[in-house]
Every structure is written in structure tokens, then in C-alpha cells.
Design a protein around this ligand. Structure first.
Ligand code: UD1
Length: 420
């Protein structure tokens, strides 16, 4: 079993470069399936498990794929298959982003329901309904969804998403860029990863306007061509390292941070008493000797506080001087880290979508289990503030989104090691 072992108590100091963003790299890799001509080249593509799964999927579909030192190349000219392996679909939710590109290229796709972190029911009804409006038909057979576009080419239309779902917005974008006519998406997600996907697709020849705003306008084009693109910095990885520095009373500089992308998280760090200085793409966080609580933190769609960073702030609240209150509005089951934090001595009480955290002076090391990707990272962060040794089991969840979390923390002076 893979574990991360941490001995807490060392203030983190130094300089760390933040990796490329998982949640941007994945839709960009799905988009790489669209161009029937020309190679897609992604720089700063993180070497994480979810990217490896995406590359395996592309290979299985017939693409030529390369990966070396942060550069990924995809040549989709020879792509021929439209069936996604159950093994790949189960492993990560983003596998559903391949649906639209497959329909656009082949008019067919065979998928199963996607897996990923268990954050409560995460259906794909918004994706399927939007694509149906664009001309897709689907039927379920033996747990597989058989999807096809009888007219072969998807058709642009007006779509209203019930919620600003990130994945559904990305799937509609990927479907609309080569659909016939215009697509308008209302209540689109405004996360920076959406604007990045649109920027990349426009470089490849798409015609998208309004990305990053609530309404997207897409003029379908006949074909896209491959392009080079640099994956944006990972805003959740940045928040992870900020939380790690904060709980240890440290003082460190993060490089390659996109400052506008982390604005929604900054007020919470400031409320906790951290000093944050930003300059270009560098961020310096100086933590106080003892953190203050977060009075009331509500997660929400961008530019709200990101749900992915909620577990990290909870790890900070666990050692703050006072009571913090969290309200999770995006996912139903996003407190699975709470009982594990309690094993380290944290005072967390969860009631429905609300969690109340009574900060304690010190946590104590224990054996805990990562419940999901960000919950696992939160346990590692809490362990940095705990007396003695903590072993976080199920580190494979953490590998889904971090290049080498233990190594990065060790580079900042933590006693952290990864074992398999
Ligand atoms: C993406 C991110 C994830 C982040 C989340 C919210 C990636 C790879 N993952 O996930 O890290 O936590 O956005 O910022 O980018 N929903 C439905 N039906 C659907 C789709 C979504 O009911 O068809 C619901 C979900 O259950 C959830 C909410 O909508 O409650 C938001 O989900 P969504 O924005 O789609 O999240 P993901 O794209 O899966």
C-alpha cells in the first residue's frame, strides 16, 4: 500500500515552484482528440496519475502520445476508436470529457459512468442532456452508454445549464467548436480552467467568445488543427502549499502562481492571520505563530471559495485559536476527511453541509487514511502540524493530483516521505 509518512513540527521555509494545473491539463488532453491534423503540444503538463490515465486513453483510441520532462505531445490523426475502457472511466471523473470529442470526431462514443473521488452523487445528466440537445442519442446497455449522432455532425443550439457545472461546460465547449452553427451556453461555469480551454481551442481554430463569463458563444468550424500551449499553474496545489506553510508557522515563497486565480482563497488565509505578498507570479506567505480561525467559510462556484481547497482550510482551522465554521455548497459528501482529522485530535463536528471546527493547540500523529484527493492532501497538511509521526494511507489518491507532494514538502524542510 502507498503511504506518506510525516513527522510534524518543522516550520516550512524556502522556495517552491507550483506544478501545472490538473483541472486544466485534463480538458486540454481531451481537446487534443479533436484535431484530425497537426500535433498538440502541452508544456508544463503535470506528471500526475490522472494525466497518465488520460494519456493511456488517448493511446488506446489510436493517438500517438509522448511525454517527457513536462511536455506532452498528442497526434490524434490516427485516432480510430470510440470506445472508452471501463477501467479508465472508473478511475477518473474527467474521463467523461472524452465524450464530446469522440462524438465530434466519429459521431459515436461508448462509455461507462465515470468514477473519481466519491464526493457524493456526481451524475452526468447535465452533460448528457446538453449533448442530446445538440443531436446526440444514447441508450444504456449492460452498464454502458452507447451514444451516437444520427446526423453524424452535432448541431449548435441554445443550452441552459441547471448549475454552472465545470465538466458540463467543458463538454459542451468541446462539442460545440466543430458543431454545425452557433451554440450559446447560459449559466456556464466561470472557473479559470474554462477560459484556458477556450483560449486553447481558439488557438486551434475554434471561435469561442465569452469564456470566463456566464454566457459562452461558440461558432462551429469545420475542423481544428493541433497547437502548442502552456498549462496554467495549479491554483489548488498553490493553496495546498500555502496551507502547509501556514500550519507550520512557516515563511515560504511559491513560484509560478497565477495570482488572479487564487484571489478567491486569499481572504481566508488573511483571516487566519497569514501575511501574503504577491508579485508577478510569486507569492510569499508568512504565517503567524498561532493561526486564527476562519469565522465562516462558504464554498461556491468561481469566483467563490473553491470546494477543492475547503479540506485544506479545515486542516488549518483544526489548529487555529478558536472556532471555525464551514458550509459546503458544491458537493454533498465533501467532509470525508473530517473523521480522519479527528483521529489526529482535531475537533470537527459535521452536520449536513455544515462543519464546525474547534481549533486545538496541538494535533498528535496517528495512522489515517486519505478518503479522496484533496481530503488526503488535507491530512498531510494537518500532519505537518501534529506532534510525532503520522502515516497517511491510500496515498494513491493524492498521486491523482500532485506530482510529488511528500517531495515538495520535504524540499521546504518538512520531514515527509513517500513509500509504496
Ligand atoms: C470539477 C473539478 C473538481 C471541482 C469541481 C467544482 C475537474 C477535473 N474537476 O469537477 O476538482 O471540485 O469542478 O469546482 O475539473 N452535477 C450534476 N450533474 C452533472 C454535473 C454536475 O448534478 O451532470 C453536480 C455535481 O454533483 C456537483 C455540482 O454539479 O454537485 C458541480 O459539479 P461540477 O462543476 O460538474 O464538477 P466536476 O466538473 O465534476
Amino acid at each position: 500500500m502507498s503511504t506518506i509518512t510525516i513527522t510534524g513540527g518543522r516550520p516550512l521555509r524556502g522556495v517552491l515552484r507550483v506544478q501545472g494545473a490538473k483541472n486544466s491539463a485534463l480538458p486540454l488532453l481531451a481537446a487534443a482528440l479533436l484535431p484530425a491534423a497537426g500535433e498538440t503540444r502541452l508544456f508544463n503538463c503535470p506528471a500526475i496519475h490522472d494525466v497518465a490515465v488520460c494519456l493511456r486513453m488517448l493511446r488506446r483510441l489510436g493517438c500517438r502520445v509522448g511525454q517527457s520532462q513536462g511536455v506532452v505531445t498528442v497526434d490524434a490523426a490516427g485516432a480510430a476508436g470510440w470506445e472508452l475502457a471501463e477501467e479508465d472511466m472508473r478511475e477518473m471523473r474527467s474521463s467523461v470529457l472524452f465524450l464530446a470529442p469522440l462524438l465530434a470526431r466519429f459521431g459515436e462514443a461508448e462509455i461507462t459512468l465515470p468514477g473519481g473521488c466519491e464526493l457524493g452523487p456526481r451524475p452526468i445528466d447535465f452533460h448528457l442532456n446538453a449533448l442530446r440537445q445538440m443531436g446526440m442519442e444514447w441508450e444504456e446497455s449492460h452498464g454502458r452508454l452507447l451514444c451516437r449522432v444520427p446526423r453524424r455532425r452535432l448541431t449548435g443550439c441554445e443550452i441552459l445549464l441547471p448549475l454552472p457545472s465545470v465538466g458540463a461546460t467543458e463538454n459542451v465547449l468541446l462539442a460545440a467548436v466543430t458543431a454545425a452553427g452557433q451554440t450559446v451556453v447560459h449559466n456556464a461555469a466561470r472557473e479559470p480552467e474554462i477560459a484556458e480551454l477556450a483560449r486553447f481551442l481558439n488557438r486551434c481554430g475554434a471561435k469561442i467568445a465569452g469564456a470566463g463569463e456566464g454566457t459562452l458563444y461558440i461558432e462551429g468550424v469545420r475542423a481544428l488543427h493541433g497547437e502548442s500551449y502552456t498549462v496554467m499553474p495549479d491554483r489548488i496545489a498553490a493553496a495546498t502549499y500555502m496551507a502547509a506553510v501556514a500550519v507550520t508557522g512557516g515563511d515560504a515563497v511559491l513560484e509560478d502562481v497565477s495570482v488572479p486565480h487564487i484571489y478567491p482563497t486569499l481572504p481566508a488565509f488573511l483571516q487566519c492571520g497569514c501575511r501574503v505578498n504577491v508579485e508577478d507570479r510569486r507569492l510569499r506567505l508568512t504565517a503567524p505563530a498561532r493561526l486564527r480561525p476562519v469565522p465562516y467559510l462558504v464554498t461556491g462556484a468561481f469566483p467563490g471559495f473553491p470546494t477543492d481547497a475547503q479540506p485544506l482550510l479545515m486542516a488549518m482551522a483544526a489548529v487555529a485559536e478558536g472556532t471555525s465554521v464551514f458550509v459546503e455548497t458544491v458537493f454533498e459528501n465533501r467532509y470525508r476527511h473530517a473523521p480522519e482529522l479527528c483521529r489526529l485530535g482535531a475537533g470537527v463536528r459535521v452536520e449536513g453541509r455544515m462543519a464546525v471546527v474547534q481549533g486545538v493547540q496541538t494535533l498528535s500523529g496517528a495512522r489515517v487514511r486519505a478518503p479522496d484527493l484533496r481530503g488526503g492532501a488535507a491530512l498531510v497538511v494537518a500532519a505537518l502540524a501534529a506532534a510525532g509521526q503520522t502515516t497517511v494511507e491510500n496515498a494513491r489518491y493524492i498521486d491523482r493530483g500532485y506530482e510529488d507532494l511528500a517531495g515538495a514538502l520535504a524540499a521546504l524542510g518538512a520531514e515527509a516521505a513517500r513509500t509504496d
